[in-house]
Write a protein that binds this ligand. Sequence first.
Ligand code: HDE
Length: 718
Amino acid sequence: MLKLLLLSLLSATFHAQAQIPKPNQLQDARVNTGGHVETTDTGVEDNSANSLRAGPRGYNLLEDTTVRKKIFHFDHERAPERVVHALGHGAYGTFESYGDWSNLTSACWLGAGTKSDVFTRFSVVVASNGGSESGRDTHGFATKIYSQCGNHDLVGNHVPSFFINDGADFPDLIHAVKFEADKGFPTGGSAHTTAYDFFTQHTEGTFQLMNVLSDLGIPRDVRHISGNGVHTFRFINAAGKSTLFKWYWKPMLGHRALVYDEATKIAGKNNNFQRVDLYNNIAAGIYPEWEFLVQLFPDDGTYMWNGIDLVDPTIVIPFEMNPPMTLGKMTLNKNPTNFFAEPESISFAPSNVVKGISFVPDPLLQWRLMSYDDTASHRHNSPNGYLLPVNKAIAPINNNYRDGYMQPLLFEGASTSSPDNVGGVIGASLNNTANGTLPYTGIPPEIVDGAIGRYPNLHDSFGQARTFWATLDKYAQQHTVDAYRFELGHVSDAGVQQRYIDNILNKVDNCLARRVAMGIGASLPAIDSGPSNKTNTTAIVPSFYPLAPSFEPKKSNAGLVIGILADDVRFSTTNLADLLPILSAQQVSYEVVSTHIGPLKTGVYSNQSFVTTSSVFYDAIIVGGVVAGTSNSSIDATANPLALFEVEQFIQEAYGHGKAIAALGTGVATLQAINVDVDSSIGVYQGTASSAVTDVLNALSGPVRFPQRFPVDDPSIC
Ligand code: HDE
């Protein structure tokens, strides 16, 4: 009887623990020091603002333990940054399963209507902390689902493939793309010799590199990127049936890219643009959402689907060949409280899966299964990192992991081994499935039979890169050609440059190789010495290319920002009042930009000046009746006309970056004064405040800016 009572009490505790919502658990860890009297970390009241000294101009005393502790703590404040994906940020949110997916998996977070708390961290691979988030790079997209059956980590990237297909090569890849070991530069980018030497040796990464060198490699921000699991994983349902799958986060806002010149300027002017964008949007209640998509493949033991290798992560399966199913939705709706304790201290691992999801023999994935916990232990200087507030599961944690640096838990009782008879933890049932046939791992039996050896991975290095290239329209191709030129143009070793052109690019497409070679002064491969698709003007667009117009015919504008150029007299409060409801209906914000911050003579408040901002921070601009140049006779003598140079630079830069521009009233004259033809230029609008802003918003929800303004190579190169 007593035993029964104890058992029911125990299960009640189990249940109570299991129900802790993540926000409540985090709340317990929060400290607010505001308004409290200062103490040391031993709780003794003191004031550390002034040192203890032998007289007002005398030596400091060694017995000043208060300040000594303060400085000692400060000396140890840095934890090592992540060896890759160091530069990152993130937010909390929720994941909601759209339905009951128990036919596929017993993963509890995919149960009918199940809602789980999540934290997602976005990152860039190469740059170190303090670098720029807007530089060209692969972006990380890692989500921790605090589910009722334990933490599940989905650790993906923003593009669907990878550079290598064997984890054995990962340290070499990262060494090659990070700064050169002898020089210490360049930091934060792959435009250098060692990177391209690696890419020349590892032809399997050709498709992935082309993804990163296309506009996909310079997303506007993280709200407009996808997440991709890259590998194939395994769903297992309660009956032990295995189905293979690849997962994706599809952004509900659609994808948006920068143009490269803009990306580099943003990188210089605000290297945190991406985290600021996410933070401000969440703070404003504009919550980004992603749907969780999976492509399914029958598990017949071959790990192949329609002739495509499912365990080669350098290869993707286009959506139109295998349309994905949508299983649920993630919403990010809460900013972190403390940057170090949350986005910096969170540790993800692809090995953190709940029952119902497992792995396949992908030699890249297999090494990832060990690397993340290893590096997290190094970073936290302890294997106890999973007990930090941001990492801690809401499901009960009961095990025999003991001690170690910074062990925060106080385990009761003598037992530290299992099975035991002295009151310790009880291993989960060995037969935990409906038919009782599965071992406790929940993984269906798989007979593994093979000769031990170090096997090279066989792959088609160039096929998917060629398809991808052929799907880009001529403007997207030009951007990609320019990206190769930029990168290879910064490779100081001419041999590496030429080998990349001859041995890689010319095997993808002869025309691409010739164009890149021409741009950097390398030898052009002979005409038609490689495959070529010269006739490509219309995109075929497989849907793994998410910038393609057909993929997202109409995007949401939520969270975009319009810059309104105004001087002291020509953009009235009435103009502003006309614009506002139209902007706010689409959750678009604005900033008024003038020669100075503060009220203008019209009564309009200018929140930015040409010194504090730049056209690159706006998705479109409205020239609100600014007349450039003092030579214009229509200028009101009392006005404070903006300097010709500043206005001209601002507008021409936005025009050159393919942005929509609207001119109100005398703004038309401004555009004409700087040679932008309002009547015939594509993407330039005029009219009343409300009609012009409507045109701009319509343009913004279209596919990709106005690429027609960008120069394109002379086709005679091919
Ligand atoms: Fe990672 N990766 N990775 N990676 N990765 C890390 O783990 C590693 C790979 C990815 O926001 C590290 O905690 C190996 C593919 C993301 O905290 C490290 C291999 C993909 C993040 C590590 C890969 C990723 C990491 C560094 C090849 C896309 C940031 C710090 C076998 C599917 C997570 C850390 C965050 C971080 C190892 C390849 C995504 C060193 C060995 C493929 C998003 O453990």
